[in-house]
Ligand binder design. Structure first.
Ligand SMILES: C[S@@+](CC[C@H](N)C(=O)[O-])C[C@H]1O[C@@H](n2cnc3c(N)ncnc32)[C@H](O)[C@@H]1O
Length: 374
């Protein structure tokens, strides 16, 4: 018997691993593979209150890591300035800090805050900043969900990766922890306040003539408070959220906190405001919520929703990346079929539940104001 003929394969063209494109490709994948260093470094510097220390009431004087250490960790003999400097150097390459050349005779880099870094500085009055949003997003329970993102593809998608990791949906989980609820409220307020300043600062006219305004999913009530401070026509504000959330909300003059479930019933008003709520739910759930809003509004009444709205086309701008990465956050933590939607998708959802009129107002790069009218 003759031996079996070996099967032959065509010789592969040799890849030149020294070419510019292969070098760049290997670098790009190393950057992506280590990308977790960036949010974790960011979380660490926020936890350590580094931005507030450098800002120092507006001084923003370039400081070495060794000069920052006594400001953030006074009397800590174990504090490691070298490691802090390593975090700051990485974040400098992502535009959070500026690096300044060493002063002559020294060999230490100095760091100040960029415009991006300034968003992390605790405010003078209420102490709010985007820092709470960074902290809220990197709590242990959320990070556990992130390790299971592939579940959102494998399914069943009735459970989010967060729920698979932690045994219950995110809002139920937060509901059992005062600390998580408070951080959630502060995170929402930190992001809401600058956006709401733009909304009430003349960029939008949709609250004219409204007497009773209901904020659905209003968290601590910051949005309705800011709207009412600008629109004297609004005599009554209702901040509506889950009972355990409104239980933590502060007293606000003219505002009644009402606890409930928006899937069951929503208090009546001449207009309903809603910010960052629809995004976290599936299309069917969004229809249920919008239907409840429709039932709570008079003929001609408006639902004013502010949501992150995706562009039609993909690109690598900060805006598109912020919106697309937020979309994956929603998928992982709040609803595997919750999503950032495009404007046309919202218009269609509104039509399907009895809002024939729609307009989109663009005054912010992240949130779009979506006005649905009965
Ligand atoms: C992403 S937060 C937005 C908070 C606030 N509107 C803002 O933008 O700062 C979503 C809010 O929806 C509330 N929420 C979730 N499920 C709800 C329900 N079934 N009924 C009422 N509110 C709910 C949450 O407690 C949370 O405050």
């Amino acid at each position: 018997m003759s031996p079996e003929k070996p099967t032959t394969t065509a010789p592969q063209a040799e890849i030149d691993e020294t070419s510019e494109s292969r070098n760049q490709a290997r670098l790009a994948i190393m950057e992506l593979a280590n990308m977790i260093s960036i949010p974790m470094a960011l979380n660490a510097v926020v936890r350590l209150k580094v931005p507030t220390a450098i800002w120092s009431s507006g001084a923003n004087t370039p400081l070495t890591a060794a000069e920052i250490i006594p400001l953030i960790l006074p009397n800590n003999p174990h504090a490691d300035a070298d490691n802090l400097g390593r975090l700051l150097r990485l974040l400098t390459t992502y535009g959070v800090f500026s690096e300044h050349p060493p002063i002559s005779g020294e060999n230490m880099r100095r760091f100040s805050l960029t415009e991006v870094g300034r968003t992390l500085v605790e405010g003078d009055g209420d102490g709010l900043s985007y820092g709470e949003y960074v902290l809220q997003h990197h709590q242990d329970a959320l990070v556990r969900g992130w390790t299971l993102v592939d579940h959102a593809v494998k399914g069943p998608t009735s459970k989010t990766p967060f729920e698979v990791a932690n045994g219950e949906p995110a809002y139920d989980y937060y509901g059992r922890s005062e600390e998580m609820n408070v951080l959630m409220q502060r995170a929402m307020a930190g992001v809401s306040v600058p956006f709401m300043k733009a909304v009430v600062g003349g960029g939008y006219d949709g609250f004219d003539g409204v007497k009773r305004l209901v904020d659905v999913g209003g968290s601590a009530g910051d949005c309705v408070k800011m709207i009412m401070s600008k629109y004297e026509c609004i005599k009554e504000g209702i901040n509506f959220d889950l009972p355990e959330v409104v239980a933590q909300a502060p007293l606000i003059t003219g505002v009644t906190h009402v606890g409930g479930d928006m899937f069951k019933s929503i208090p009546c008003g001449d207009a309903i405001f809603m910010k960052w709520v629809l995004t976290t739910w599936s299309d069917n759930e969004v229809k249920q919520i919008m239907k409840k809003c429709n039932e709570a509004l008079p003929a001609g009444g408006k639902l004013i929703a502010c949501e992150p709205v995706l562009p039609e086309r993909s690109d690598d701008s900060h805006r598109t990346r912020a919106l697309l990465s937020g979309d994956i956050f929603v998928m992982t933590i709040y609803g595997a079929k919750g999503r950032h939607r495009m404007e046309e998708e919202y218009r269609q959802l509104g039509i399907s539940v009895g809002f024939p009129h729609f307009r989109a107002v663009h005054i912010d790069y992240f949130f779009t104001i979506l006005e649905f009218q009965k």
